[in-house]
Design a protein around this ligand. Sequence first.
Ligand code: DNO
Length: 352
Amino acid sequence: MKLTFRWYGESDPITLEQIRQIPRMSGIVSAVYDVKPGEVWSEESIQKLKDRANENGLEFEVVESVPVPEEIKYGGPNAPKLIENYCENIRRLGRAGVKCVCYNFMPVFDWLRSELEHIHEDGANSLAYDDATLLTMNPAEGGLSLPGWDESYTVSELKDLLALYENVSEEDLWNNLSVFLKAVIPVAEEAGVNMAIHPDDPPWGLFGLPRIITCEKNYDRFLKIVDSRANGLTFCTGSLGASSDNDLVYLASKYADRIHFLHLRNIKITSERQFYEVGHPTECGSLDMFGIVNALVENGFDGYVRPDHGRMIWGEKGRYGYGLYDRALGATYIVGLFEGIEKSRANNRKDR
Ligand code: DNO
């Protein structure tokens, strides 16, 4: 595996100098942030990111995300042109040495949380989700104050956007995803890029909007749309694991060869559709982190890994979920997990 760390570019309070000091760090996960979704990224901006990483002894092989514009997802008239732009981004990233592109296909909202600073007993705080709180909110009327998505829409923009999805059913979303994949995956194959779709977070429909990258049945359907290794997954434990119907150890072993990017984080499920984010180790939460990594290693996983959201600890303030300290702790835990599992497997082989 290759250990990576998300970096939000020059505006990120966390520096590349800090990231490179995390033991065994191989590279950054980043994106070009100065253009709107749907536009083509300039080669200069891509190269600049790569140079900045390389100057600091880091690679730039993973992009998170090339965002899929809403019009592709709801299937508007400009979708074909926007898909062509998307393909051009993949070609450019491939030429710059990027090997893996993470994206999602969630309508309107990306990840959602109901609380930013959920206080833990030990004084740490983290993001939390409570479905009941979300159900009291109406985004179309401005009744939304959620941290977990890009609040770049005004209330009226959001209202208009939600209206465009009014008649978009789950099946329509599948169709639009299929059009997208059939155009993008052949380009990705040629560019040497593995596409890695991020699961919906949380993995259920919200505000009447469909969500489809949520469970085994839908993964099977997704992977068959274009049966190519380049049509792969970002396995995000915290997202998928929010639904206790998802058996992550089983899913990890089943899909290991199509998982290109692993987001590792743990959550504590406190009730149905209610959880908060915790430290990475298995004992801290509800997910079997050891079991997941073990299943992946056993089934030949050889992709990129990053510590996902961390808690805020030691008085750190910053981008929620993306502080330095707890993600760095998570990174060293991940390194230890992989080392322990890989070495004990190698020793077992020797003993046989
Ligand atoms: C949240 C992230 C997501 C992810 C996108 C991928 O912390 O994991 O925002 O980057 O869903 O497109």
